[in-house]
Ligand binder design. Structure first.
Ligand code: MG
Length: 284
């Protein structure tokens, strides 16, 4: 059984607008009971908030279909240090995920300084975080996205806040969100999928596509978000398939295409060499 990890911003919607074809594609997955998760590197909202936002846009999903980098970060920390403490620069989605995973939020001597995006950042918080990190707290980022597109332009992302803390302390953050395999593997495990039966759909080369390439899943780049076809020259890696938008995708056709691709990539048993030609590879 194939399944999907689907990015949202730039794939399903742009700002407050649903991208045509998104409703039909998600409907097809639901009707055929294909496993899928919406993956987001935005730690601000809880999974319920995200599900509600999608429902209001016309996409019929439950909370169980949402997996955020805040959830991935909280699970990661609970596994690294159960019942630990965190000083948080971030919003409700991150605080809720940490609480649900047994973490206490403190403003003194935390085990971790955890950074997500948000609008509540002020210099006192940054100064406090710097002191904690220099005092031994570990720096964890929900993601390293440098910025986020908004209705009115661009706002600084989590990566920009983290960069300030890294520069001030000399510490290096550990990041859990896409393209980290920590988040992608957790999502796969939730769906019970293996990498060769997973299709990642996204609009960002540095997160969605890089994560899939590193993990060995199938990757589909949609050009309905932040990436243009001519941008692809700048990257060493490329997606398996490129389409204008989610409107061009049909589950059955994708599965057939990627099954053929997987078979064509089987190595030569005697020489160990990979396939000489990439049958089915989308030319850029
Ligand atoms: Mg996106």
């Amino acid at each position: 059984m194939y399944g999907y990890l689907i990015d949202m911003d730039g794939v399903i919607y742009r700002g407050h607008e649903l991208i045509p074809g998104a409703e039909r594609f998600v409907g097809e997955l639901r009707q055929k009971q294909i496993p899928f998760l919406f993956l987001t590197n935005n730690s601000q909202r809880t999974r319920r908030d995200v599900a509600t936002r999608l429902e209001r846009l016309g996409i019929d999903v439950e909370e169980e279909h949402i997996f955020t980098c805040a959830m991935a970060t909280a699970r990661f920390l609970a596994r690294q240090k159960p019942n630990g403490t965190a000083f948080v620069i971030g919003e409700g989605g991150l605080l809720t995920a940490l609480h649900l995973n047994g973490y206490s939020i403190v403003d003194k001597d935390p085990d971790y300084v955890v950074v997500g995006e948000g609008r509540t950042l002020n210099f006192e918080m940054v100064e406090a975080a710097v002191g904690m990190i220099l005092g031994g707290a570990k720096l964890v980022a929900t993601n390293m996205d440098p910025n986020c597109p908004t209705q009115s332009g661009t706002r600084p992302g989590c990566g920009a806040i983290v960069a300030m803390l890294e520069l001030a302390t000399g510490a290096r953050a550990f990041s859990v969100g896409k393209p980290s395999p920590v988040m992608l593997r957790a999502a796969l495990s939730d769906l019970g999928l293996t990498t060769d039966k997973t299709i990642i759909i996204g609009d960002t080369m540095e997160t969605d596509i890089l994560g899939g390439v590193q993990l060995g899943t199938h990757t589909v780049l949609v050009l309905s978000g932040g990436t243009r076809r001519e941008d692809l020259r700048r990257y060493t890696y490329c997606p398996d398939k490129i389409v204008a938008s989610i409107d061009d995708l049909r589950h059955d056709l994708l599965v057939r295409e990627f099954s053929d691709l997987t078979n064509s990539r089987l190595p030569d048993k005697t020489t160990g060499a990979g396939p000489a030609s990439r049958v089915g590879y989308t030319s850029v």
